[in-house]
Design a protein around this ligand. Structure first.
Ligand code: PLP
Length: 400
C-alpha cells in the first residue's frame, strides 16, 4: 500500500473522508479523559455488528490482529492447513503463519478474482482445518458457495472481509457468511480509524475468546482498578490464557463511530465514482473492467482495471510509471502472495505455481479512488491511462 497518500500527487490513489463529525467525536473523546476500553469501543462494536448483521463484534487494533485472533479462537494450530488465496494482501496469509499453520494456496476464478469453490473442494484433505476466503477488492462472489462447502466438510470458513465493509450479496451483508468475519479500518479502506479492525461472529464463545485475547488474556469484562467502579480486586491482573494487547483505543474507536454514522453517504459517493469510471472506460478496447455479480451490492474498496492479455507485466509497469509521472496515483494491486520474496524463500514457490493469479496480477492497474474524486479528475485519469496504453502499444508494435 506504498503510495497510499501518494505524497503530493495531484490525484492521489486514495484519501480518507474526514469531516467535522469525525473531528468532533475525537475531540470529545480526548476531553472525556477516557482513552481506552470505554463507551466509544462499545458503540463502534454495536454499529459494526448491526451493519454486518451479526450478534457480536469485537474491536481490535487492526484487521491483521483480527485475523490472528480469529484463527486462534478457532483453534487453528501448528501442523494444521488452511486453504486460502494467493491473490490478496499479504496479511490474509501471514495470519495463518502466526498460529504456526500452513497456508495452502488455491488458484482464483479469473472473472471474480476470488477463490474458486470447485478448486477449493479438490484441495481439501484431512489436514485442512479451515478455509480463509477473501473478498478481493470487496467482491463477495463465491463466498456463499465457500460457506456451504465448508459446512459440508465440517470445517470453519474465515471471511477476510477487510476489503468489503458495507457490501451485500444475495441480500446478506459481507462479514456474515463465515464462522467469523474480519474488517479492517486502515486509511485506504471504505471507512477508517487510522488503524483498526473488527471481528464479527454469531458465536458467543468465539466472541468471548477474542475479547479476552485482545486484552492480555484477562477474563471477559475485567474491571480496571483505575476506574471508580472498581470492586473486584484481582480481576484486572488475572490472565486466564495467553493474550495480547490488540485493543483499539477510544480515540480510534471515536473516529470509527463517526465514520460508521456516515457509512451510507461514503458508500454512495464511492459508488458514484465507480459508475463514472465504468461508463468512461466501457468502450476502451485494451481494458477489462471489474465484473459485479447482479446479486451483489458492491462496497467499492479500490477500482482496479486489467489490461488485455497482449500486455506483459513490463508493459503494465511502464504504464504505471507513466501515469505516476503525470501525477496520477496508481498501484499494482496485488502482486501474488506466493511470489513475495519471503514466501518464495520459505516455501519454495516459483513462477507458474498459480497461473491464473499470476496472469491477472501482471496486468492490474488500480486507479485513483476516493469519495472526493471529481468528474474532471476522473476524465484526466482516463485520458492519461488511454495515452499511456497507446504509447505502450506503439512500442510493442515497433518491437515486433
Ligand atoms: C487491509 C487488509 C488486511 C489487513 O488490514 P490491516 O488493518 O491493515 O491490518 C487484511 N486482509 C486484506 C485482504 C486487506 O485488504
Amino acid at each position: 500500500m506504498e503510495s497510499l497518500m501518494s505524497n503530493g500527487q495531484d490525484i492521489p490513489l486514495s484519501r480518507p473522508d474526514i469531516t467535522a463529525l469525525e473531528i468532533d467525536h475525537v475531540v470529545q473523546t480526548l476531553k472525556s479523559g477516557r482513552l481506552s476500553i470505554g463507551p466509544m469501543q462499545e458503540q463502534f462494536e454495536a454499529l459494526v455488528a448491526a451493519r454486518a448483521d451479526t450478534r457480536y463484534a469485537v474491536a481490535v487494533s487492526s484487521g491483521t490482529c483480527g485475523l490472528h485472533l480469529g484463527l486462534l479462537a478457532l483453534g487453528i494450530k501448528p501442523g494444521d492447513e488452511v486453504i486460502t488465496t494467493p491473490f490478496s494482501f499479504v496479511a490474509s496469509s501471514n495470519a495463518i503463519l502466526y498460529v504456526g499453520a500452513k497456508p495452502v494456496f488455491v488458484d482464483i476464478n479469473p472473472r471474480t478474482l476470488n477463490l474458486d469453490p470447485s478448486q477449493v473442494e479438490a484441495a481439501i484433505t484431512p489436514r485442512t482445518k479451515a478455509v480463509l476466503g477473501v473478498e478481493a477488492f470487496g467482491n463477495p462472489s463465491h463466498m456463499i458457495e465457500l460457506a456451504n462447502l465448508c459446512q459440508k466438510h465440517e470445517i470453519p470458513l474465515i471471511e477476510d472481509s477487510c476489503e468489503g465493509f458495507g457490501g451485500t450479496h444475495r441480500g446478506r451483508p459481507i462479514g456474515s457468511f463465515g464462522r467469523l468475519g474480519v474488517f479492517a479500518f486502515y486509511p485506504n479502506k471504505q471507512i477508517t480509524c487510522g488503524e483498526g479492525g473488527m471481528i464479527v461472529t454469531d458465536d458467543e464463545r468465539i466472541a468471548n475468546l477474542c475479547r479476552s485475547m485482545r486484552n492480555q488474556g484477562r477474563p471477559v469484562d475485567p474491571i480496571d482498578p483505575a476506574e471508580p467502579a472498581w470492586q473486584a480486586p484481582g480481576s484486572w491482573l488475572m490472565h486466564e490464557r495467553l493474550g495480547y494487547n490488540y485493543r483499539l483505543s477510544e480515540i480510534h474507536a471515536a473516529l470509527g463511530v463517526a465514520q460508521c454514522k456516515r457509512l451510507d453517504e461514503i458508500l454512495e459517493l464511492r459508488n458514484g465514482v465507480a459508475s463514472k469510471y465504468m461508463s468512461r472506460l466501457m468502450g476502451m478496447p485494451d481494458i477489462i473492467l471489474p465484473t459485479v455479480d447482479p446479486e451483489t451490492t458492491m462496497s467499492w474498496f479500490v477500482f482496479v482495471v486489467r489490461l488485455s492479455s497482449e500486455f506483459t507485466a513490463e508493459n503494465r509497469d511502464r504504464i504505471l510509471a507513466g501515469m505516476r509521472r503525470h501525477e496520477v496515483g496508481v498501484s499494482n494491486y496485488f502482486p501474488p502472495i506466493h511470489l513475495q520474496p519471503f514466501y518464495m524463500r520459505q516455501f519454495g514457490y516459483s513462477d507458474g505455481d498459480f497461473p491464473i493469479t499470476e496472469s491477472v496480477a501482471q496486468r492490474t492497474i488500480a486507479l485513483p479512488f476516493h469519495t472526493r474524486l471529481r468528474e474532471r479528475e476522473i476524465d484526466l485519469v482516463c485520458q492519461t491511462l488511454e495515452v499511456m496504453i497507446q504509447r505502450e502499444k506503439f512500442t510493442i508494435d515497433r518491437a515486433s
